[in-house]
Design a protein around this ligand. Sequence first.
Ligand SMILES: C[S@@+](CC[C@H](N)C(=O)[O-])C[C@H]1O[C@@H](n2cnc3c(N)ncnc32)[C@H](O)[C@@H]1O
Length: 232
Amino acid sequence: MSDSIEMNQLRWDRTNAYIRDTFARTDAKHAGIMQRAVEAGMPPIDAGPETGRFLQVLATSLNARLIIEVGTLAGYSAIWLARGLARGLTARGPRDGRVISIEASSVHAAFAQREIDAADLGFTITIRQGKGSQMLPVLLRECGPASADLIFFDAERSEYLAMLDTAHAFLRTGGVLAVDNALAAKRWTADEVPPGEPRDQMDIVNRAIGADTRFVSTLVPVGNGVLVAAKR
Ligand SMILES: C[S@@+](CC[C@H](N)C(=O)[O-])C[C@H]1O[C@@H](n2cnc3c(N)ncnc32)[C@H](O)[C@@H]1O
């Protein structure tokens, strides 16, 4: 039996590379989205392939027909989510289900729309421009309570707790709220808070959802950490 192995930065990088190479390969057009986005002046703050694949697995296991994303950026994670939608023949094509992605920036929304159209997912992924905290209640009214299988927060952290009740009403029983960057806030949220410093907002979100008995939740250390909360 080998000695215990320390998880250091090198091992963490190798672990992510292993997940990426073994499970999270994608086609060249999808893989190239963030390079084109950065060349267009957008920030490289996508969820990355390991988290993207995790989202696809979540959507597939939920047999998802309606997925809501908050924070589109260039459409990279929306395409992973769309690839996890339940399949079936419809009048419009082979996919039965849709992703609605909320984006505050008109520049990001326009860029993402072009990428989504180029990926032939224009009927599957709809971008709605606005702030998550304002648009999520609008979508809840349009789609109805308990209609969403999966909701993914990846935008403005200060809005997450304000959107929690709406997300709960939107999810069906067994549906999942996933929140990206649950480990990587201003500091790694699992690290000790230095004396005299307040808790980071993401740490506050993790603890609030972890203690919320309407969900059964945990934090999956893939990519920058994804909080997953299943509605009871
Ligand atoms: C981390 S990026 C999203 C990355 C994307 N989910 C991906 O992995 O490909 C965050 C995005 O949220 C947008 N955003 C910022 N504040 C927002 C808000 N209050 N509501 C909706 N979107 C917001 C930003 O413009 C940015 O495009």
